[in-house]
Design a protein around this ligand. Sequence first.
Ligand code: DOR
Ligand code: ZN
Length: 443
Amino acid sequence: MVIVDCIVSGRIYWRGELVDAAIAIDDGKIFDVGLEVNLPKADRYYRFQDKIILPGLIDVHVHLRDQELSYKETFESGTMAAAAGGFTTVLDMPNNSPLTDSPSRFIDRVNLAKGRIYVNVGFYSLLPKCLSEVETIANLGAIGFKVYLNRRYGFLDPSDYDSLKQYLNVCGGIGIPVVFHAEDHSTISKLEDEFRGLSDFRGFMWAHPIEAEFKAVNGVLNIASASNCRVHIAHVTSGLIVDLISKFRGLATCEVTPHHLFLTSDVLHKLGGIAKMEPPLRGIFDVISLWNTVRNGLVDVIADDHAPHSIEEKFGESFWDIKSGIPGLETTLPLMLTAVNYGLIGIGDIVKLMSFNPSRIFNIRGKGSIEPGLDADLTIVDLDREWVIDSSKFYSKAKFSPFDGFKVKGIVKATFVNGLMVYDGDEIICKGGEILFGRRIRG
Ligand code: DOR
Ligand code: ZN
């Protein structure tokens, strides 16, 4: 008689609907899904009666830092924050110190993470110095490449769209996706020179207009079409831009952050540097248009752009000196569940935007839904629990948030990674993460 490792029961989001059932888990994988009476016996039972069990959530935009930036975040603190925020997999950005921009640096970073991660982690790389190294890094298991068009990180000059085209030709041939921070460098730097004298938030905001995003996205879409390379546009801030990207279905996808959905640029008055990120918060019309595109199914992914900094780095004499970025791993899901409670989106949209689509876009095998044979990554939520966000309780080292004091409805009750309960709704219990290696899809 088979005895499985554990059984997790509750209201499971299964094949498009919520069903009262149970999941048998064995050896880190989903063994079977069904009524508990029809499942094998188990060593352990976790019963979440009226709670909702979702396929493990995947955050495709996380800066885990570590290395020389360990004072901001480490693999441990970042992946604990992920588990507490309901994420079972995160994809790590390459603007590290040292930059993740060559085969050897990629190997070093992956090796450093081994044995230290509470949830699964996949890694991006910057584009390397030589075109020939692109395939080497892809073969080492990069999930994708990240290109910053707003400022220079590494070898690529962000204004050099001709070189970019050569790289995208290679990436298109290999079948590896390329993620873009799409704000046009030349537009931003001209405006920065113009507004440099304004030391409050307005100078920074005016130097990052929506036109800079529009120009960069347009450029990327043109090059991507010519090179047949799959591109993913990070943190889009307006429905106008989502509309443009959606015309390139099959080639281009996009992501939206909760901060661009739940905050407007007005909060910069009140919160200053705590609400500084790139691209910046926008006005109410952009926010409304963004929600419309989420609701119309044009947005592919919700990702939080978890970008931790020390608290000292979020204050400064001049707004220009303040670091851009906020932690998001522990606020994203509660905010999105609050949107479900308000009827803005459905629970199925959460699964699509935060699990199924991320796994599909980044070719992550074995994740994105609850089915026998897939990895036992599960996010369990209580949709009815009301609470108040308090950044002092974050597992992230970045204990600040523009969402501090927000009343939300919906909380993480438990997070299972590869069959292990890593977070029990109260505490982090154990490490469950594995390193993910990218798969190529040719043609
Ligand atoms: O706000 C941001 N923070 N935007 C970026 O593009 C980079 C990120 C970071 O790494 O801090
Ligand atoms: Zn980022």
